[in-house]
Design a protein around this ligand. Structure first.
Ligand code: IPT
Length: 982
C-alpha cells in the first residue's frame, strides 16, 4: 500500500559474490567481494549467463530437487536506521521480487527464506536490528523447488530483481485494507442517455465496502471529492458507504477518486498512526449467464499478454519504460492486459488503473515442463505442493486486491490440472467473492468461472460462441454443456512471432457475432530480446541459444507485437485497425459510425474526412455524427464534395478515394490531440490507365529507350545504371510462421475442426518449399526474339531434380511512357505445394538504399493477404532502408501489394492493367535473408533488390496456431502482370 509511514530503500550497490554451485560456504566480510546493483539480474552483469526455454526445464525433472550446478549469488550491504524509524513499533524487511530462492541473515542471524520469484516477501526484523551499522546478507540460488512452479516461457534470470525496502510500522498501523468500490447506474438516469446528451460520462451510485480493514481503530476514511469523511471507532462500526453522482471506472474512462485511510487520529492529531492513500475506481464485476459484465455491460478484451521484459534490464522494472509501453498499447487500441504469467511490478497496476486497462492478474505459476513426463509428478495434483500453491495465490491476491483495473484473477498458466489448482480457486472465491477466477488448463470447467482457451481454431471458436456444436477439448457432453454456459475468452490467440500474425480479423469477426465470446489476448506484447554484442562489436538482440545454453528454444521468445528496441511492428498496426473502437461503414451516400466502446461515448473524438485524387488531397473537412453513446451508432451523409466526385467521370488512370478518421479531440495521458483511433476508406471513382502507346522509335544497337539489353534478352542497364533482371522468383525468406508448425505441447483440437487449414501435423510450409527447391530455381532461356520496338524472352524456370516449373514470357515494348514489361507466368507439372510468392526480381544499384522511395499504392507499412487492415491506398514516402522491418530473426518483410507507381532514385515503376503487382525494395535477396539467423549475419548489401510480385502467400499464425487460411494461400496458377519502367 502507498503509506506515509517511514521507509528506507535498500536499493543501490551491494557487495556481491557469485558461485556456479550452491554448496559453498557463506563468505565473511573479509572475503573478496565484487559489487552489483540491486535490483538486478546477475546474469546481465557478467556473472553466468541468461538462458531461455519455453516448456523445457533446463535442469532434470526430479522434483522438488534442484541440481548441484545451481548458480548462487551472495549479496551483502550495511545500513543504519534513520531517525524517522525511532517511533516504529515494528520494522519489516520487504523484498518485492527475488528469483528464485533466497535466505536472509541480519547481523549474523538467519531471518528466514522465501521463494515465489515475482511475489513479495516481508520479514519482521524488529528484534534483530541494532543502533548504528546493521549488516544484511542475502544468498540467492537460481534453482529451487520453486523453479518447478516457474516454468514460464521466458528467460531464466536469477537475482534480486525488484526493490528491497525497510518499512517502519507505526504503533497504530493500517496493516491491511481491502476496499471495494462498486457502481450501479442510477435508476432513471439512462446511463447512455446521459452520456449522449452531455458528452460526459454517466454517473451512478457508488458503494464502498471493506471486506478487510485491519487497523488500529479509530480509523478515518475520506474521499474528499465525494465529501466522504467518516471515522469509525471500532471494527464493528465499519459500514458500507453509498454515494450518488459517482462516475464509473472503465478501461476507457478510468476515473479514479483519491481516498485515504488513516489511523492515529483519535484526538484529531497523529498519534502513532499512518495514512494510506488509495485510488478508488468505481466498478462492479459480474458474470450473468454467459456474459462477463463490468458495470452491467459486456466487456470485450482487445488485450495483449504482457511479460516483464527489457532488453538491458531484463525483468527489473523501469517505470518510464513501462509507462511508455502502456501508452503505446493505448495508442494501438489495446484495452486489456493479461499479466502473463505472474504478477508484474506493483506500479504496473497503478498505471493500469490510471491509463485504463482491463487486467487479468495472473499468479506466478507454470509447471509446463511436466508435459515431458506426461504430467507424471505434476505439482498441481500432488498434496505435497498444496501449501506452495495456496501461498502463491494468497500473496498474489493480497498484494493487488485494491486495483480497480483487475477484473479477474488467473491461477497461472499451463500447469496441467489438479487438486491444488482447485484449492487455489476456492481460496480466491473465499477471499474475493466479486472477481471471477480464470485458468485455461481447467478444460472441463470444474473450478473456474470463465471458459478460456489458447489458440483454438476459428471453427472451434465459432462453435463455442454458439455456432454448430462440435466436441470441446477434453470435454464430455455434460462438461461441454457447462463450458458453453460460461463467458468465453481467448487467454492467448494469434501468435505475434516475426512477420505476423495473420487472421486477427477472422477472430474478431467471431467476437462481433457471438456475445458469449469476450475477445482475448494476443500472444504477446513484446519480444524478449536481450541486447548483446558480437565479438566484433556489433550490437544485436539475443534470443535462445545465443548464450550457449545446453537446452533452449531459439527465437520462440521473440513473438511480440513490439520489437526489442520498442519499435511497433506492422502486426500491431493490424491489431489496432481490426479492433478499433469506432467502426465506419462507408456507403455511397452515408457514413455509418458505430461506437464499439464499452462505456465511452464519442465525445472525446473528432471526425475528419478527405477526398483525394491519386493520393493528393483535394478536399477535406470534419463531420459530426453527434455524440454517439457507447454501443450506439449514427449515420451521417457523405460530404457533397465526395458525392460530386462520385458522379463526375475521372480521367484515365485516376482514382478518387474518400477517407475518414476518428481522432482524439483533446490530449490524453497516452496520446496527443489528433491521434487517429480508427479509419476507413472507400474508392469513390476510378478509371484504368490507358496502356501506353508504342513509341515511334525503336532499337538503337542493344539500346531500347532508357534500357540496354543483353543478347539473352535481360535488362542490363537502365538510365545508364547497371542493373539485372527480370528474374522469376518464387522464394521468400521464410517467416517464423512459414518455418514452424505449431510448437510442442500445443494440442490441436479435434482434427475435424482444423479441416480447411491443412493437417496440423504436416511439415511447415518452408520445409515443403525447400524440399521442392523453390529457393534454388534455375533458369533456361528458351527463346529470345527481337520485335520492332521490343523483345520477347521466354524462360523455363525449375529446380534441380524437379519436373515441375514455370514457363515465363517477358514481353518488352518501348512506349511513350517508358519500357513496358508484360510478364506471363504459367506453371507446368504436378505442383503440390503453395508458392511463397510469384514475381520478378531486379537488381538495382546499392546507392538507392541511402535514398527514399515514394509510391502511390498500399501503405504505409507492409501488408499481406491476411494482415491487410492497416493498409490503405495512398501516396507514401519512406527511406528505402526503413521499408523492411528488422525482425530479430531475419525473414520476409516489406511487401506492399497493389502498387500504382513507385519512384526510387532516377527510376519509376508504374503498374498497368487489372492485376497490379506489389513491390518490395530490400538490401538483400530472399535467399540471403533466409540464411541469416540474426541481422548482423546479413552480408554488406551490394544491390538494392526490387521485387515486383504478382502475389504472395498469406502469413498465418502457425508458429503457434493456424496455418494460412485457404483463401489466403497462394497456389500455383498462371499470372500475368505488366509494369512500365520509366
Ligand atoms: C503458450 C504459452 O502459454 C505461452 O507462455 C507461450 O509459450 C505461447 O504458448 C507460445 O509462445 S503454450 C503453447 C505451447 C500453446
Amino acid at each position: 500500500m502507498h503509506t506515509d509511514a517511514p521507509s528506507l530503500s535498500l536499493d543501490g550497490d551491494w557487495d556481491f559474490r557469485w558461485s556456479p554451485v550452491a554448496d559453498v560456504p557463506l563468505p565473511g566480510v573479509e572475503d573478496g567481494w565484487g559489487s552489483l546493483p540491486v535490483p538486478s539480474h546477475w546474469v546481465l552483469h557478467g556473472h553466468g549467463a541468461p538462458s531461455y526455454t519455453n516448456l523445457q526445464y533446463p535442469f532434470p525433472i526430479d522434483p522438488p530437487h534442484p541440481p548441484e550446478e545451481n548458480p548462487t549469488g551472495d549479496h551483502r550491504r550495511t545500513f543504519s536506521l534513520p531517525s524517522s524509524f525511532d517511533a516504529a513499533a515494528r520494522v519489516l524487511l520487504r523484498f518485492d521480487g527475488v528469483e528464485s530462492h533466497f535466505r536472509v541473515w541480519l547481523n549474523g542471524e538467519l531471518v528466514g527464506w522465501s521463494t515465489g520469484s515475482r511475489l513479495a516477501t516481508e520479514f519482521d526484523v524488529t528484534p534483530l536490528l541494532r543502533a548504528g551499522d546493521n549488516e544484511l546478507l542475502v544468498r540467492v540460488h537460481q534453482w529451487s523447488a520453486g523453479s518447478y512452479l516457474e516454468d514460464q516461457d521466458q528467460w531464466w534470470l536469477p537475482g534480486i530483481f525488484r526493490s528491497v525496502t525497510l518499512l517502519a510500522r507505526p504503533t497504530a498501523p493500517v496493516d491491511d485494507v481491502f476496499v471495494r468500490a462498486g457502481w450501479t447506474a442510477t435508476l432513471g438516469d439512462a446511463a447512455t442517455a446521459g452520456t449522449a446528451a452531455s458528452g460526459r460520462p454517466s454517473t451512478g451510485t457508488g458503494t464502498i465496502t471493506f471486506p478487510t480493514l485491519d487497523a488500529a481503530f479509530p480509523v478515518r476514511f475520506t474521499v474528499p471529492s465525494l465529501d466522504v469523511d467518516v471515522t469509525w471507532d471500532t471494527p464493528e462500526d465499519v459500514a458500507p458507504i453509498t454515494v450518488e453522482g459517482v462516475e464509473p471506472w472503465s478501461a476507457e474512462l478510468p476515473r479514479l477518486y483519491d481516498a485515504t485511510v488513516s489511523t492515529g487520529t483519535a484526538a484529531g492529531e497523529r498519534a502513532g498512526g499512518e495514512t494510506v492513500a488509495l485510488r478508488l475506481g468505481f466498478r462492479t464485476v459480474q458474470i450473468v449467464g454467459d456474459r462477463f459484465l463490468v458495470n452491467g455491460e459486456r466487456v470485450v478484451f482487445h488485450g495483449v499478454n504482457r511479460h516483464e521484459t527489457h532488453p538491458v534490464h531484463g525483468r527489473v522494472f523501469d517505470e518510464e519504460h513501462a509507462r511508455a509501453d502502456m501508452a503505446l498499447m493505448k495508442r494501438n487500441n489495446v484495452n486489456a492486459i493479461r499479466t502473463s504469467h505472474y504478477p508484474p511490478h506493483p506500479r504496473v497496476l497503478d498505471l493500469a488503473d490510471e491509463l485504463g486497462f482491463w487486467v487479468v492478474l495472473e499468479c506466478d505459476l507454470e509447471t509446463h515442463g511436466f508435459l515431458f513426463t506426461d504430467w507424471v509428478g505434476n505439482p498441481s495434483d500432488d498434496p505435497a505442493w498444496r501449501d506452495a500453491f495456496l501461498d502463491r495465490i494468497a500473496r498474489t491476491v493480497e498484494r493487488d486486491k485494491n486495483h480497480a483495473s483487475i477484473v479477474m484473477w488467473s491461477l497461472g498458466n499451463e500447469s496441467g490440472t489438479g487438486r491444488n489448482l482447485a484449492a487455489m480457486s476456492q481460496w480466491v472465491h473465499d477471499r474475493d467473492d466479486e472477481r471471477p477466477v480464470h485458468y485455461e488448463g481447467d478444460y472441463t470447467g470444474e473450478y473456474t468461472d470463465v471458459y478460456s482457451r489458447m489458440y483454438p481454431t476459428l471453427q472451434e471458436t465459432e462453435s463455442i460462441g454458439g455456432g454448430t456444436p462440435t466436441p470441446l477439448m477434453e470435454c464430455g457432453p455434460a462438461e461441454a454443456a457447462r463450458q458453453r454456459s460460461k463467458p468465453f475468452l481467448h487467454c492467448e490467440y494469434v501468435h505475434a512471432m516475426g512477420n505476423g500474425p495473420g487472421q486477427i480479423a477472422e477472430y474478431e469477426a467471431l467476437v462481433d457475432r457471438f456475445p458469449r465470446l469476450h475477445g482475448g489476448f494476443v500472444w504477446e506484447w513484446r519480444d524478449h530480446g536481450l541486447l548483446a554484442r558480437t565479438a566484433d562489436g556489433t550490437d544485436y538482440y539475443a534470443y535462445g541459444g545465443d548464450f550457449g545454453e545446453v537446452v533452449h528454444d531459439g527465437n520462440f521468445v521473440m513473438d511480440g507485437l513490439v520489437l526489442p528496441d520498442d519499435s511497433p511492428t506492422p502486426g500491431l498496426a493490424e491489431f489496432a485497425a481490426v479492433v478499433a473502437p469506432i467502426r465506419f461503414s462507408l456507403g455511397e451516400r452515408t457514413v455509418l459510425v458505430e461506437n464499439r466502446y464499452h462505456s465511452a461515448s464519442t465525445a472525446g473524438l473528432r471526425f475528419c474526412w478527405t477526398l483525394s485524387r491519386n493520393g493528393v488531397v483535394e478536399a477535406s473537412g470534419r463531420f459530426a455524427p453527434g455524440v454517439v453513446a457507447a454501443r450506439e451508432s449514427a449515420t451521417v451523409p457523405v460530404p457533397d464534395e465526395v458525392l460530386a466526385a462520385a458522379t463526375a467521370a475521372p480521367a484515365a488512370g485516376e482514382e478518387l478515394w474518400f477517407d475518414v478518421t476518428a481522432e482524439l479531440a483533446g490530449p490524453t495521458a497516452w496520446a496527443d490531440t489528433g491521434h487517429v483511433v480508427a479509419r476507413a476508406q472507400r474508392l469513390v471513382a476510378s478509371r484504368p490507365a490507358d496502356v501506353p502507346r508504342a513509341s515511334r522509335t525503336g532499337w538503337e544497337g542493344d539500346r531500347l529507350g532508357e534500357g540496354t539489353f543483353s543478347a539473352r534478352g535481360d535488362l542490363v542497364s537502365w538510365k545508364g545504371h547497371e542493373v539485372a533482371g527480370p528474374r522469376l522468383e518464387l522464394w521468400r525468406a521464410p517467416t517464423d510462421n512459414d518455418s514452424l508448425s505449431s510448437q510442442g505441447g500445443y494440442e490441436t483440437a479435434d482434427p475435424v475442426l482444423t479441416a480447411g487449414v491443412g493437417d496440423p501435423d504436416a511439415p511447415a510450409s518452408a520445409e515443403r518449399w525447400r524440399d521442392r527447391g523453390l529457393d534454388r530455381l534455375t533458369h533456361r532461356l528458351v527463346a529470345v526474339t527481337r520485335t520492332d520496338r521490343g523483345l520477347e524472352q521466354r524462360v523455363r524456370v525449375a529446380a534441380a531434380n524437379s519436373g515441375w516449373g514455370v514457363d515465363v514470357t517477358h514481353r518488352w515494348t518501348l512506349t511513350d511512357a517508358g519500357l513496358l514489361l508484360q510478364t506471363d507466368a504459367v506453371p507446368f507439372g504436378a505442383w503440390d505445394v503453395t508458392w511463397p510468392r510469384i514475381g520478378v526480381r531486379f537488381d538495382l544499384p546499392a546507392g538507392l538504399l541511402d535514398g527514399s522511395a515514394d509510391w502511390f499504392g498500399t501503405g504505409p507499412l507492409e501488408s499481406y493477404a491476411d494482415s491487410s487492415h492497416a493498409a490503405r491506398v495512398g501516396r507514401f514516402s519512406a527511406p528505402v532502408r526503413s521499408l523492411g522491418v528488422e525482425y530479430s530473426m531475419p525473414q520476409e518483410t516489406g511487401h506492399r501489394p497493389e502498387l500504382r507507381a513507385l519512384s526510387v532514385g532516377p527510376f519509376t515503376v508504374t503498374t498497368v492493367g487489372a492485376h497490379r503487382a506489389g513491390f518490395t525494395l530490400s538490401p538483400w535477396t530472399a535467399q540471403q535473408i533466409g540464411k541469416a539467423m540474426h541481422p548482423y549475419e546479413l552480408p554488406t548489401p551490394d544491390h538494392t533488390y526490387l521485387y515486383l510480385d504478382a502475389a504472395q502467400h498469406g502469413l498465418g499464425s502457425r508458429a503457434c496456431g493456424l496455418d494460412v487460411l485457404p483463401e489466403h494461400q497462394l497456389w500455383p496458377q498462371a499470372f500475368s502482370w505488366s509494369v512500365v519502367l520509366g
